[in-house]
Design a protein around this ligand. Structure first.
Ligand code: FAD
Length: 470
């Protein structure tokens, strides 16, 4: 049906990049079709990423609080137990409500939704094998590739989603593993490790590199790792997995120092491989129309998201840049604004990063290491959550706020927060920085009391002058 008429915009992929691009294009008056093969909209993020992981992080946090913190707040509960099927069902319900919500938004905005797998037959035609069976051709003056990313395995490790799982399997384990080994200490591994750790698994994180979450400010990272260790997560850094044997009951891993050396073994009931994600372009027949990809399979684009083939664009996880849902959404909006002949803009220096553990860690802008490497003269202001009244009032006061500002101008270069709800607080910093604020601008903004956001204000005071409460 959609195929017979030509579209202004055809989007391949219905993840946060693709579905947002499709809605925005329709809002700009462009005739738009979105092709998605999964059967549900929302992509990795809604189906097997951001949303189900946050659902489980919340549920597991509630259990953990009930078990370990309620009593000290005078709330008596007995026989606190995990009902894993119910917990997973609540996660699944939140996912299906949200994915259906996007279908509703497509209807509201008159985006045509084609369920099926698309491949290029020309730069303006996509053949779709539909989910119901059969095929159709969708034509478009402009085609946006938003096919996202997929789980990356490691050499010699086969993911079976039972004993050796990716993040997808780790979102649906049928039992709480006694021992979970997480391979890769990025944010996905730490979030999923936290979920199962709270539910009672013994969790060991094995990481090839010297640090967990390497994009994080070093000082914050150290405190964060210590916090996770206090929660009984164990870390083996500078360690690589050289062998996996899952022929027995559980899984036996052979490990070796990353630099080489003596081998050791580690047993687990379940191994989570969270060693990054690969851009996904399989089955698109990009070579047929001559779209270039780089060494690791990403699609290079110019500042208007155009690929090397006229009329073909790419956004989200499939292009270079941070593989994050909100970044994909920003790409999507800017890309269709350019297609509609307007201006679009994404400031990649201002994309916040958040790890949704407890406490959360959130950051925007540069780390102290990056500022140093650039040779910029800077000042640092810090404020510990332990001196924040709200955090103390609710007995949840682990963490700190750190602000880095240029020495001469006091312009904020980076903000790093470890605290409950850091992922919400960070946007105050993002807005301030987007408007080129100094730390004094933030410090002189009246903050409501008692809030954790006051820790940001006090850290700002500490950057150019002195804080009050420490
Ligand atoms: P995707 O979401 O991957 O969507 C691409 C879609 O294209 C898929 O649905 C796929 O089925 C479809 N597709 C592919 N090929 C075709 C084809 N040929 N025809 C039709 N359809 C096709 N990011 C955050 O910002 N915050 C988080 O908290 C967060 N948590 C995460 C947790 C986990 C466990 C994981 C795995 C990821 C998480 N992410 C998070 C990352 C986030 O999910 C991705 O950055 C985001 O989904 C990228 O969006 P996208 O639209 O580029 O691609």
């Amino acid at each position: 049906s959609s195929g017979s008429e030509e579209n202004d915009v055809v989007v391949i992929g219905g993840g946060p990049g693709g579905y947002v691009a499709a809605i925005k294009a329709a809002q700009l008056g462009l005739k738009t079709t979105c092709i998605e093969k999964r059967g549900t909209l929302g992509g990795t993020c809604l189906n097997v990423g951001c949303i189900p992981s946050k659902a489980l992080l919340h549920s597991s946090h509630m259990y953990h609080e009930a078990k370990h913190s309620f009593a000290s707040h005078g709330v008596k509960v007995s026989n606190v137990e995990v009902d894993l099927p119910a917990m997973l069902a609540q996660k699944d319900k939140s996912v299906s409500n949200l994915t259906k919500g996007i279908e509703g938004l497509f209807k509201k905005n008159k985006v045509t939704y084609v369920k099926g797998s698309g491949k290029f037959i020309s730069p303006s035609e996509v053949a779709v094998d539909t989910i119901e069976g059969g095929s159709t051709v969708v034509k478009g003056k402009n085609i946006i590739i938003a096919t996202g990313s997929d789980v990356k395995s490691l050499p010699g490790i086969t993911i079976d989603e039972k004993k050796i799982v990716s993040s997808t399997g780790a979102l649906s384990l049928s039992e709480i593993p006694k021992k979970l080994v997480v391979v890769g200490a990025g944010y996905i591994g730490l979030e999923m490790g936290s979920v199962w750790n709270r539910l009672g698994s013994e969790v060991v994180v094995v990481e090839f590199g010297p640090d967990i979450v390497p994009t994080m400010d070093g000082e914050i990272r150290k405190q964060f790792q210590r916090s996770l260790e206090k929660q009984k997560m164990k870390f083996m850094l500078k360690t690589k997995v050289v062998g996996v044997d899952n022929s027995g009951e559980g899984v036996k891993l052979t490990l070796e120092p990353s630099a080489g050396g003596e081998q050791t073994t580690l047993e687990a009931d379940v191994v989570l491989v969270s060693a990054g994600r690969n851009p996904y372009t399989a089955g698109l027949d990009l070579d047929k129309i001559g779209v270039n990809t780089d060494k690791i399979g990403r699609i290079p684009v110019n500042e208007k998201f155009a690929t090397n083939v006229p009329g073909v664009f790419a956004i989200g996880d499939v292009i270079p840049g941070p593989m994050l849902a909100h970044k994909a959404e920003e790409d999507g909006v800017a890309c269709v604004e350019f297609i509609a002949g307007k201006e679009g803009h994404v400031d990649y220096d201002m994309v916040p990063g958040v790890v949704y553990t407890h406490p959360e860690v959130a950051y925007v802008g540069k780390s102290e290491e990056q500022v140093k490497a650039l040779g910029i003269e800077y000042r640092v202001g810090k404020f510990p959550l332990l001196a924040n009244s709200r955090a103390k009032a609710i007995d949840d006061a682990e963490g700190l706020v750190k602000i880095i500002a240029e020495k001469e101008s006091d312009k904020i270069l980076g903000v790093h927060i470890m605290s409950p709800n850091a992922g919400e607080i960070i946007h105050e910093a993002a807005i301030a920085m987007t408007y080129g604020a100094s730390s004094e601008d933030v410090a002189r903004t009246c903050h409501a009391h008692p809030t954790m956001s006051e820790a940001l204000k006090e850290a700002a005071m500490a950057t150019y002058d002195k804080p009050i409460h420490i």
